[in-house]
Ligand binder design. Structure first.
Ligand code: IVH
Length: 695
């Protein structure tokens, strides 16, 4: 019999294999696909854990371990660079009203600061402000440091205080001079945007296609991925460009008194400065200018996502200063979501894991909102009818950032004669069983629980990250296993016939072993994950965790009456009824029985009352806005509530603080007006830990 030591070594061996496979997966997401799934810090933690285990068990180190790769210093193969002058972000204005409101705040603050100069408007003491407008380039910010005119360092923005050293990669960019023109100061840090031009992006994708390789999704992510290549030779093939727009640290040299003088100086030093800069004294002209830029955005060979308006006078900039995250003297006017027309080739219906039949448009591919769109959702039968879009129509498509593309309307003047309206199909495209629209509902469903599309969807969800999180069990494998008749429901995941799989292409010994181990490990996931994985109607991660904590074990949950369920804090009658009914349906009782037999963990972890987080935010009202890197919006709110605080949806005089992530808009303005402290993410993390607001 194995002794405990053997079992421990076996577990360590398993964890090492798991870590290597995870790191391999995330390397692929990061370096090949340019689509990292986890933050750098999480990736680095995996490597640190692997290194520590290998250091304790040198016998388990293999030559192919990621720790053995040359230059493997974690995902941040790049050394850190502390920015001597922080690289700040910009606040956003999403419409002309917000833009004007910003200009009014600027003028008011300048007047309060006593900046109303002698030539101020006599009636109201309003100081004259010149507004400098430039394009908001959609790339990634870098700071390039020149000493005595020679490029010595280039760094990414990072968190604004510390970035990554990408000097070798930036040197490959043709636009970036190695040496500045004569007269360069002792030190000058040039801030600007690295981007991939649209024609360079198209050429890169054409080359990828010709080589039979995967094409890139959009220029911005490709530029970011290219700049963070480990091998500068790869960056050099990407044809990146650069626009300079701001100064960081400067020692010596002339002292420009305005932003437009700064730009002229940068250009004189030999740096690329975009020609679409314009200055206006009258804010109406600024508003007209942003309209003109919007109309002309497609004439550019690079992507922009807005117009940056800056107070031109640097002395006035100084007087205005900064908020916690952004200058008061500048704002990013974000262009509204982009719209394009294209041909609607066909309307098809996709079947979701719950059987929902969703119509979607197949489109002639069109580049809109930063990526190529070939399909867009049409939501439901009513939406198609209301929009009256028909296969063969020319349609208007909209996409904003990462938002799912949408078909807005047909261009009726271009509708070919005799085009028939689209009719919702009556049979499921996957299993040919009837599609049914329940009375009073907008959605239509395939009612066949055994429909292969539904089966796949349920299993894909079950194995996904938020649920049982089975590494190496992606959509393609689910498709394959279901298609080959190896799997027909989620319990089958624990009864896979590995002997059969082992013979298939792409399933080498290690790969099958990794999969087997990943499935085994997942058996131990806590009850909340299992419940979420089962796709019980109305049960998302939060409700799943509430149920798991309240009942502790599946037995308790199965025995619970509707009243017991309703008594759970956070559960309303609709959810309670839905859970109660689901647990009593014969096929679900059978499924739970098979999961039980398969040895899946049915318990919630016992929480030690000592684990409860300290109620450090009791009595505080903390509003969250914008996108935070390390927390989802809901996660941030939950963290506040778990510490005894409240997280209302809007800022008022009672708000203790506003946590502002990337892209916060009107809440920031309100907070500033009311003098509510604004916290960046780092300050928020400190607040969560200590309950102390920064002084
Ligand atoms: S100025 C202290 N000017 O937008 C002010 N930023 O959303 C620093 N950006 O991090 C920024 N074009 O990456 C400035 N003409 C421009 C810009 C610009 C693009 C980016 C930059 C910044 C982000 C903020």
């Amino acid at each position: 019999m194995d002794g405990p030591d053997d079992r421990i070594s076996e577990r360590i061996g398993e964890r090492i294999v798991e870590l290597r496979s995870l790191i391999g997966h995330h390397d692929e997401r990061y370096h090949e696909a340019d689509e990292p799934e986890i933050p750098d810090a999480d990736y680095d933690a995996l490597l640190v854990e692997l290194r520590a285990l290998e250091a304790d068990h040198p016998g388990l180190v293999t030559p192919d371990s990621p720790t053995q790769r040359v230059g493997a210093a974690g995902r941040s193969t790049f050394t850190e660079v502390a920015h001597r002058v922080p690289m700040r972000s910009l606040d956003n204005a999403f419409d002309v009203e917000e833009l004007r409101a910003w200009s009014e705040r600027v003028v008011k603050r300048l007047a309060v600061n006593g900046e109303a100069s002698a030539d101020a408007d006599e009636d109201d003491g309003t100081p004259p402000v010149t507004w400098a407008c430039e394009l908001k380039f959609d790339g990634l910010a870098v700071s390039i440091r020149y000493e005595d005119g020679v490029l010595v360092q280039a760094a990414t923005r990072g968190d604004g205080r510390v970035g990554e050293d990408v000097t070798a990669n930036v040197r490959t960019i043709d636009d970036v001079p190695e040496r500045l023109a004569d007269g360069a100061p002792a030190v000058v840090e040039v801030r600007g945007e690295v981007y991939l031009g649209l024609s360079a992006f198209a050429a890169l994708n054409a080359a990828q296609e010709a080589a039979g390789d995967k094409t890139y999704v959009n220029p911005r992510n490709t530029a970011a991925g290219s700049l963070r290549q480990k091998d500068p030779a790869v960056t050099a093939t990407r044809d990146l460009s650069f626009w300079a727009y701001q100064l960081g640290e400067v020692v010596g040299g002339p002292e420009p008194s305005s932003h437009h003088e700064t730009l002229r100086w940068l250009s004189d030093l030999g740096l690329p400065v975009d020609g679409h800069v314009a200055s206006f004294d009258d804010f109406d002209d600024v508003v007209a200018h942003v309209g003109a830029v919007e109309a002309a955005r497609h004439d550019l060979d690079f992507e922009i996502d807005g117009v940056v308006v800056k107070v031109d006078d640097l002395a006035l900039q100084d007087s205005l200063g900064f908020t916690a995250r952004a200058p008061r003297w500048a704002i990013a006017y974000k262009l509204p979501p982009e719209e394009r027309t294209t041909r609607l080739l066909d309307i098809e219906v996709s079947i979701g894991p719950g059987g929902q039949a969703t119509p979607f448009a197949r489109l002639e591919p069109v580049f809109v909102g930063g990526s190529t769109v070939a399909a867009a959702t049409l939501h439901n039968a009513d939406q198609v009818a209301v929009k009256d879009v028909r296969p063969g129509d020319t349609v208007v498509v909209r996409k904003a950032g990462d938002v799912i593309p949408e078909v807005l309307r047909p261009v009726l003047s271009e509708r070919p004669a005799g085009l028939a309206p689209w009719v919702f199909p009556t049979a499921c495209p996957a299993c040919d069983e009837p599609l049914v629209r329940p009375e009073g509902e907008a959605a239509t469903f395939c009612v066949n629980h055994a429909c292969p599309r539904q089966v796949r969807g349920r299993i894909e969800h079950f194995v996904s990250r938020g649920a049982m999180d089975i590494e190496g069990f992606g959509e393609q494998r689910v498709d394959l296993f279901v298609g080959e008749g190896l799997l027909d429901d989620v319990a089958g995941v624990f009864a896979l016939d590995y002997d059969r799989i082992a013979g298939w292409e792409g399933f080498g010994e290690t790969s099958v072993e990794n999969l087997r181990r990943a499935v085994e490990t997942s058996r131990e996931r806590p009850l909340g994950r299992l419940l979420f994985g089962l796709r019980i109607p109305h049960v998302g991660t939060t409700v799943a965790d509430l149920l798991a904590t309240a009942f502790g074990h599946l037995d308790g949950l199965q025995a619970a009456s509707i009243e017991d369920l309703e008594a759970v804090e956070g559960l309303g009658p609709i959810i309670a009824a839905s859970v109660h009914e689901w647990l009593r349906q014969a096929r679900n009782v059978d499924l739970l029985g098979r999961l039980r037999t398969a040895g899946v963990n049915l318990e919630a972890p016992v929480t030690d009352p000592g684990d409860e987080v300290n109620q450090v935010l009791a009595g505080m009202a903390i509003v969250v806005t914008g996108t935070l890197g390390g927390h989802s919006r809901d996660g941030a709110k939950a963290a506040i509530v778990a510490r005894g605080g409240k997280s209302p949806g809007s800022v008022s005089a009672k708000t203790t603080a506003l946590v502002a992530g990337e892209g916060g808009g009107s809440k920031l303005v309100k907070a500033e007006e009311l003098g509510v402290p604004i916290l960046d993410e780092a300050a928020f993390d400190r607040l969560l830990a200590s309950g102390i607001l920064p002084g």
